[in-house]
Ligand binder design. Structure first.
Ligand SMILES: [Zn+2]
Length: 361
């Protein structure tokens, strides 16, 4: 069975160069994710301390005795002072983030120069397009996995290594975006696609500066990097419809069309994409590295024509919605995603699932 990895290895210099680019890109993404998440956590901690101190000052003001008031104000000031050394680390971290962002932009420019063919998308984690939709997490089925269910209400916990790019899943408008850590959703956004559906994206480590309320995004626009901010125990993108009573994203036809192409199922066999799939066709075009005529059919046979879809879990009847309008996330319990990512599997056509991602909760 031929796979992208094997095809690439026919031309060892190309393989070597792509592998280097891939590693450089992933390293740069991880770095931005790490620093960005650290800044967000630092800011969130400082904000929480300042909020606590404000509540203490307010309580002091309403104390009846002057002596009591003085003592309370003193304690409030002590708490406020705790925020200062924490905030003092932010400028340095921000400079480090700027450097990391520049390095990432450079790594992306390098990889684009060498992978102009759109099909390199699996290898270099670029977005993959099918009928106007883009799977929201890059990296391909060796790095990205998802279950059919969620721990309580309908949503998808899409596991991928920290730093994996996150994309707008279709054309649409950002309804809101937040850069401080929501206790549940972490860093994320609400996004309305042109079909009228509203989506919650949660747990980013990094959010693109362009992602602001009212921003118009096209399918595949970068919106951030996978992380574990908010209520998450491991790196993943929480993707949910708002309200969650709209059902599981996993049940959407576009989502399922990416099975085996952009992600693998955690809880069911992942179907090998059908030869008829338009997305696959574009990948096949890409996968033909070097000699077009002979490898075309080889790649075609690598993706055995099986269009069977994995059995879908039906939406749980008990739905805890996300009704909050002001809070991005109202009160879903633990969103515990834990992703243990082992080695990277370069060949999307193999069934080797050496990378073990699991989402708990
Ligand atoms: Zn979730």
């Amino acid at each position: 069975m031929l796979s992208l990895g094997r095809l690439l290895s026919r031309d060892s210099s190309l393989s070597f160069s792509l592998d280097g680019l891939q590693q450089g890109l992933e390293k740069a993404e991880r770095r931005v994710a790490e620093i960005s998440q650290q800044i967000a956590q630092t800011r969130t901690r400082a904000l929480a301390i300042r909020a606590r101190s404000r509540r203490m000052f307010a309580a002091a003001d309403s104390a009846s005795l002057i002596s009591q008031r003085t003592a309370m104000r003193l304690r409030a000031a002590e708490v406020e002072a705790q925020a200062i050394p924490i905030e003092a680390t932010v400028p340095t971290l921000t400079d480090t983030l700027t450097e990391a962002e520049n390095a990432l932009a450079q790594a992306r420019a390098n990889s684009q120069a060498d992978s102009f063919d759109p099909g390199t998308s699996v290898y270099l984690a670029s977005p993959q397009y099918q009928n106007g939709y883009v799977f929201p997490v890059g990296g391909g089925p060796s790095r990205v996995s998802v279950g059919h269910t969620h721990h309580d209400y309908p949503a998808a916990d899409i596991a991928a290594p920290a730093g994996t790019p996150v994309y707008a899943l279709a054309d649409g408008v950002v309804l809101s975006a937040w850069r401080t850590i929501d206790p549940l959703c972490g860093i994320g956004m609400r996004f309305r696609t042109d079909d009228g559906q509203t989506w919650a994206y949660c747990h980013f480590s990094y959010i693109e500066p362009s992602v602001v309320s009212g921003a118009r995004l096209t399918a595949g626009a970068r919106v951030g990097l996978v992380g574990s901010t908010g209520h998450a125990t491991g790196p993943h993108l929480h993707l949910g419809l708002i309200p969650s009573s709209s059902g599981y994203p996993q049940n959407e036809p576009w989502f399922q069309s990416f099975a085996g192409i952009a992600f693998r199922w955690q809880d069911a066999p992942t179907p090998t994409p059908s030869i008829d799939s338009p997305g696959l066709r574009s990948q096949m075009v890409f996968s033909i590295v070097g000699d077009t005529a002979s490898t075309g059919s080889a790649v075609a046979s690598a993706w055995t024509a099986s269009s069977s879809t994995a059995p879908l879990a039906t939406a749980a009847a008990n739905i805890n919605g996300i009704p909050g309008l002001d809070s991005p996330f109202a009160a879903p319990p633990a969103d515990s995603g834990s992703a243990v990512v082992a080695s990277r599997n370069r060949s999307p056509a193999t069934t080797d699932q050496s990378a073990t991602n699991s989402i708990g909760g």
